[in-house]
Write a protein that binds this ligand. Structure first.
Ligand code: GAR
Length: 209
């Protein structure tokens, strides 16, 4: 089996969507081997419990450096022979300890059409700027903040009278579909990264670029 680890810090709606896709066999045969969470009180930890998915929960403050807890995480990923790291609302920059070891096997979802609105609160940033079109991006992770090679994007219109709530809801609806789809491409071996060039073969990608 193709084994993924999901890293999340918060609500976990993407984690939930991935778990449900795995359970209904629409994740390309992938299985969630581990949740990694940096916030013991996050709702995503309870979701993992309910779903019977093992979780590694830690407090960054308990470690001397980011590298120190990332080395601990890598040990666990290796134990479980994880094939792909899937960041889903993991609100922490990764160091080269993880980024180098998992190059080409480490992806993130971000609620904007990158390279617009990287970083925190992309939804709020897009609304404040007044763009008429935004969306969701799935991309490989590199050392930068939301700068890695793009795998798939979906656009969302921002209509007049759009509120933070209605727009966030639209974003989450798209994410729930897009992320399991992209993970299923990985599980089926459809995605390749060479330098900064991303190739997706065989999959039906017409809605995602
Ligand atoms: C998602 O909308 C994700 O795109 C975003 O955090 C949310 C997590 O929701 N990620 C980022 O902003 C990363 N820079 P969830 O915990 O319900 O999946």
């Amino acid at each position: 089996t193709f084994r993924i680890a999901v890293f999340a810090s918060g609500e976990g709606s993407n984690f939930q969507a991935l778990a449900e896709a795995a359970n209904t066999d629409t994740l390309g045969g992938a299985k969630i081997a581990l949740l990694v969470c940096d916030k013991p009180s996050a709702p995503v930890v309870r979701r993992a419990e309910q779903l019977g998915i093992p979780a590694y929960v830690f407090k960054p403050k308990d470690y001397d450096s980011r590298e120190a807890y990332e080395r601990e995480i890598v040990m666990r990923l290796e134990e479980l022979q994880v094939d792909l790291i899937v960041l889903a609302g993991y609100m922490r920059l990764l160091t080269p300890v993880i980024v180098h070891q998992y190059r080409g096997r480490l992806i993130n979802i971000h609620p904007s059409l990158l390279p617009a609105f990287p970083g925190k609160d992309a939804i709020g940033q897009a609304l404040a700027y007044g763009v008429k079109l935004s969306g969701v991006t799935v991309h490989f992770v590199d050392e930068g903040m939301d700068t890695g090679p793009i795998i798939a994007q979906r656009a969302i219109d921002i209509v007049s009278g759009e509120t933070a709530e209605s727009f966030a809801q639209a974003v989450h609806g798209i994410e729930r579909e897009l992320y399991p789809t992209v993970v299923s491409w990985f599980a089926q071996g459809f995605v390749r990264l060479e330098g900064r060039e991303v190739t997706v073969t065989q999959a039906d990608t017409k809605d995602y670029r």
